[in-house]
Write a protein that binds this ligand. Structure first.
Ligand code: AMP
Length: 618
């Protein structure tokens, strides 16, 4: 009997698996080495010295051969995990090809896998979803669903995270090279807790920040975080944020990049700066940390970086005084900052306006596309403005399928049929279906993306919206994007009073028949009733979906209601999510709050200061 040996072959960074009985011949030199150790070895090399051109070369090889790389990636995942309870149930019987996989294994949602994830969290002693035991659980931010979801996490996800970071950095560095310096990174460790079965649970970003690879990779990229670990992993994110700002000012000349996971936290951080800048200056002047910092570990760590520096305090103070409405704050305070880097697409787009005010001439670059469930694509065109960013899928970091959105019946059918990574069509919209290295198989991510081009054989995806975020009462269907456009249109009216929408969300009120849309706004100051009334009408008429417009005309949907919130309401919502285990840098304001999210709905309803009912449509 032929004994089959299993090797992983490194070929331009591609995982190619061979069975030794029929070793294939490749046209370039190769090294035999296992899959995981290959990843680790490459990460190790890159941790020490970053070679952008080499990373780009590897990326080119991978993307040219996307179809085969996908097949091999799937084979690796299934082979590594075929003894797991979940995969055994689908009788793959040693067949690891895409056809067998899609015939035998169903497309699922988190709800379907939740019982298995729960077993892992409860400490199951046998392989449930993966061959190797899962030791960490990730809490997805859960901002859209109302409560965090458990997702399995393992070292492979850290490795793929580093691969994504390196890939987009290589392209960024080609376009906007940076020298030695530091990053002002608004990153925060979430609360961590232990599950019933003894597994550590926290946000995905916390798992990454705690990993040794993260620090080394950031150092190799010349972007180590300017704040000490005690600040990042503090139990109180308000105190962390204050100290991040303070460290940023202390190292202001060395700061080359200002970053976070999502753009929201950068805007939130500089809004906080507006409130505490004088206190920050005073700390720098005296070398004594504000009494608001009560966590001893932070005080001890900050004592090492904070020394009295009246000259610097004066410089910052005068720069702040010289600014009009905080325009160009970042450009002024961080003269060597090359760019601001965070996810800026999707639900982050509404923060770009404010971010541009703070940034001045400093460029905004959108970060990559991923989720707690794994990374998907990298931004390899950093020269494009954030609104035009697309994400090029890395074919070896997971196995990706795409559910066509054009066929809604298909999406809602019990057995939907997604297409493969290299079979997607230009211009079409799809929901992303992920198979990852940490026990998710054909998992619907809930994100809608549009194929806007290809890089070699792999698609470039534009993020469209979350699929389940839908304002709907009868035949109307308005997505997160439609809401955003409507809010953008109405917010223009506020600009006349030099005011802005700080944040917003929505709700469908069905307490009376017919039901109506409710839009909640937090506004930066006191707007007149007259303007807010106009804003309310504008919101109503800016939903251009035919189902909505026709329903409004015949009053099958009642007039839209604008509820203005007390200042600080969205801060309360953020605090609520952080309490549940989210982290500031991973926070996304829920753009729709339904009955499944009663606590947030209660925070909103308890903080309404004014209501307006639309008089559009007669
Ligand atoms: P989390 O639940 O915190 O893991 O957040 C993951 C979700 O954030 C994804 O499923 C997307 O909906 C959203 N997201 C992640 N990256 C991007 C991006 N580059 N553009 C837009 N939305 C994104």
């Amino acid at each position: 009997m032929l004994k089959v040996f299993f090797y992983a072959l490194t070929f331009c960074g591609i995982h190619v698996y061979i069975y030794d009985c029929f070793s294939r011949i490749f046209h370039c030199s190769c090294t035999l080495i296992s899959h995981t150790s290959k990843h680790k070895l490459r990460n190790k090399k890159m941790e020490n010295k970053f070679d952008s051109e080499k990373v780009i070369q590897e990326f080119e090889c991978l993307t040219k051969d996307a179809k085969r790389v996908q097949t091999e990636t799937l084979k690796t995942i299934l082979k590594e995990n075929c003894e797991a309870e979940y995969l055994k149930k689908w009788h793959l019987d040693g067949r690891f090809d895409p056809q067998t996989y899609s015939c035998c294994v169903p497309v699922v949602t988190h709800k379907d896998l939740d019982p298995y994830i729960q077993k892992i969290a409860d400490g199951a002693s046998y392989p449930v979803l993966t061959g190797k035991p899962i030791t960490t659980i990730t809490l997805s931010s859960g901002t859209t669903q109302g409560k965090p979801k458990f997702v399995p996490y393992n070292d492979e996800l850290t490795e793929t995270t580093m691969q994504i970071y390196r890939t987009s950095f290589a392209f960024r560095n080609r376009a906007f090279p940076i020298g030695n310096g530091k990053a002002l990174s608004f990153i925060f460790g979430s609360k961590q807790f232990t599950t019933k079965g003894g597994l550590l649970a926290g946000t995905a970003t916390t798992n990454v920040y705690r990993s040794a690879q993260f620090k080394k990779t950031m150092k190799a990229m010349n972007t180590p975080c300017c704040s000490p670990d005690e600040v990042i992993f503090s139990p109180d994110f308000h105190q962390s944020l204050y100290c991040h700002l303070l460290c940023g000012l202390i190292f202001h000349e060395e700061i080359q990049i200002i970053s976070s996971t999502f753009a929201h936290s950068i805007v939130h951080s500089f809004r906080t700066f507006e409130l505490v800048w004088e206190e920050l200056c005073s700390d720098i002047r005296t070398g004594v940390l504000s009494a608001r910092i009560t966590v001893q570990s932070i005080r001890t760590a900050m004592a090492k970086v904070l020394t009295p520096n009246p000259e610097l305090a004066d410089k910052i103070y005068n720069k702040c005084l010289g600014l009009t409405e905080w325009n160009g704050l970042i450009q002024e305070l961080f003269p060597n900052c090359k760019y601001i880097y965070a996810i800026m697409t999707g639900s982050m787009e509404p923060y770009l306006k404010k971010l541009r005010v703070y940034a001045g001439r400093v460029r905004l670059l959108s970060a990559d596309y991923g989720a707690s469930e794994g990374w998907i694509g990298a931004n390899i065109n950093p020269d494009l403005p954030p609104e035009m960013t697309s994400y090029t899928v890395l074919p070896n970091i997971g196995y990706f399928e795409f559910l066509p959105l054009t066929n809604v019946d298909e999406m809602d059918s019990v057995d939907p049929k997604p297409v493969g990574l290299t079979d997607v069509q230009l211009g079409e919209e799809y929901e992303v279906v992920v198979t990852n290295f940490a026990g998710l198989y054909r998992y619907r991510l809930g994100d809608v993306v549009k194929v806007i081009g290809f890089h070699n054989a792999t698609p470039k995806l534009q993020f469209v919206c979350r699929r389940n975020l839908m304002l709907t009462i009868n035949i109307d269907k308005n997505t997160e994007k439609d809401l955003q456009l409507s809010v953008e249109a109405a917010a223009k009216l506020l600009a006349a009073e030099k005011l802005e929408v700080v944040d917003f969300t929505s709700h469908v009120d069905l307490t009376n028949d017919p039901g109506h849309y409710v839009v909640f706004w937090e506004v930066s100051g006191d707007a007149s009733d007259e303007i807010l009334k106009k804003c309310c009408n504008c919101l109503d008429t800016s939903f251009v979906d035919a189902g909505y417009v026709s329903s409004r005309k015949v009053n099958a949907i009642a007039p839209l209601e604008l509820r203005v919130l007390r200042r600080g309401t969205f801060q309360k919502i953020l605090d609520h999510y952080v309490e549940l285990g989210s982290a500031l840098n991973q926070f996304k304001t829920p753009r729709y709050v339904g009955p499944s999210n009663p606590k947030v709905l209660q925070i909103l309803c308890n903080n309404v200061v004014k209501c307006y009912i639309s008089s559009s449509f007669g």
